[in-house]
Unconditional design. Structure first.
Length: 197
């Protein structure tokens, strides 16, 4: 398998963490790519020119971390990251949505910070920041579980991205339960080996 990636993408981190958790990391060839310049090889496999993009062994291109992680979960012999049914499944998928929602706000917020200030841009950044704050509050009220699944991996990747990109604007203040969960959870091999640098 071939994975187009960017070193600092939190969505790529999520995919690689899932691959490690499933015992598949050694089967994936990593191909560094800058999606912002739409390189021909990436665009040929993903017309959206986004990372992560995984090309399977049989040549199928998959893009979007949710899809790629679900595909990886269908391979290997490790315990599944996507619970099969019932309350555990819906909780894991809800946590994945919360974590992805943080990233859907944090990644463009980070991009907007480098641009000249103006009222419209400030309003957009305030909206992103408020969405993240509300989501972190919700996670504080009901922190993720301690076992490794798609929900807990996604939330940990999202919080790690906030640390990586917004160290001066910490999420930990006022969220002791979530901070304690995070500090313990990132010791798991899939998160420890994918920490952003």
């Amino acid at each position: 398998m071939k994975l187009y990636y960017s070193q600092t993408s939190p969505f790529v981190r999520k995919v690689v963490a899932c691959a490690i958790a499933r015992g598949l990391d050694g089967r994936i060839e990593r191909h560094a790519s800058n999606p912002h310049v739409s390189p021909a090889d990436l665009v040929a496999d993903n017309p959206l020119s986004k990372v992560p993009c995984l090309v399977t062994d049989d040549g199928l291109s998959l893009f979007g971390s949710q899809l790629i992680c679900e595909y990886l979960d269908s391979l290997g012999d490790e315990p599944p990251l996507f619970p099969g049914h019932g309350a555990p499944r819906w909780r894991a998928l809800k946590l994945q949505s919360l974590g992805d929602g943080i990233l859907d706000a944090a990644v463009p917020w980070r991009g907007e910070q480098g641009r000249p200030r103006e009222d419209a841009r400030d309003a957009i950044m305030a909206r992103y920041k408020a969405a993240i704050a509300r989501t972190v509050d919700a996670l504080e009220a009901a922190p993720p579980h301690t076992h490794v699944d798609i929900g807990s991996i996604t939330v940990a990747c999202a919080l790690g991205y906030l640390d990586f990109r917004f160290g001066s604007d910490p999420w930990r203040s006022g969220h002791p339960r979530l901070a304690a969960w995070y500090e313990a959870f990132v010791r798991h091999k899939p998160l420890a080996e994918t920490a952003p640098v």
